[in-house]
Design a protein around this ligand. Structure first.
Ligand SMILES: [Zn+2]
Length: 163
């Protein structure tokens, strides 16, 4: 990552995302935002912010994608030509949305730990923590013959990750 790219991403956060986020926070939304930039010249396509007061699924990233797909299709760039920028490390919902939309990259400024420690928003880490007991439970449910009685996919996934 070049210095010019880092400077541009920080400028977009400061100049394009934060003003929208400040207005969103005044309406009761969280402070997460996102933007899409062209890879070719780092110009801004769209910037958006969390809008969970309208719909709990409108995290900053997903709301940005929603607005992006509301742009006229004729002038809308292919997602493979774009950079995805998020102010905070995307949660599992947003990570899936970014992937399903076809992006081959994403950048973020603050980590999940920053969201918990600096912004008092621990939800992402809690969700990830609660996924781990599911995987462990799948192993516990294995039968004496070694066959998983339930959640076989989870069990196989866990073994793969452990081994
Ligand atoms: Zn999210």
């Amino acid at each position: 990552m070049t210095g010019a790219l880092i400077d541009r991403l920080l400028d977009v956060i400061e100049e394009d995302i934060i003003p929208k986020t400040a207005r969103g926070v005044e309406r009761g939304n969280k402070l997460f935002g996102a933007a899409l930039l062209r890879k070719s010249d780092l110009s801004l396509v769209i910037a958006e912010t969390n809008n969970e007061t309208e719909n709990p699924l409108w995290h900053g990233e997903v709301h940005c994608l929603k607005r992006f797909y509301e742009l006229p299709k004729a002038g809308r760039p292919d997602t493979r030509e774009l950079i995805f920028l998020a102010t905070h490390e995307p949660c599992s919902l947003c990570l899936s949305a970014i992937t399903w939309a076809g992006f081959d990259n994403f950048y973020y400024l603050f980590s999940h730990a920053d969201s918990r420690d600096s912004f008092a928003i621990p939800h992402d880490l809690r969700i990830l923590d609660r996924c781990s007991p599911c995987r462990r439970a799948a192993i516990v449910r294995r039968t004496p013959t070694g066959r998983a009685s339930r959640c076989g996919g989870w069990s196989a996934s866990w073994r793969t990750r452990s081994g």
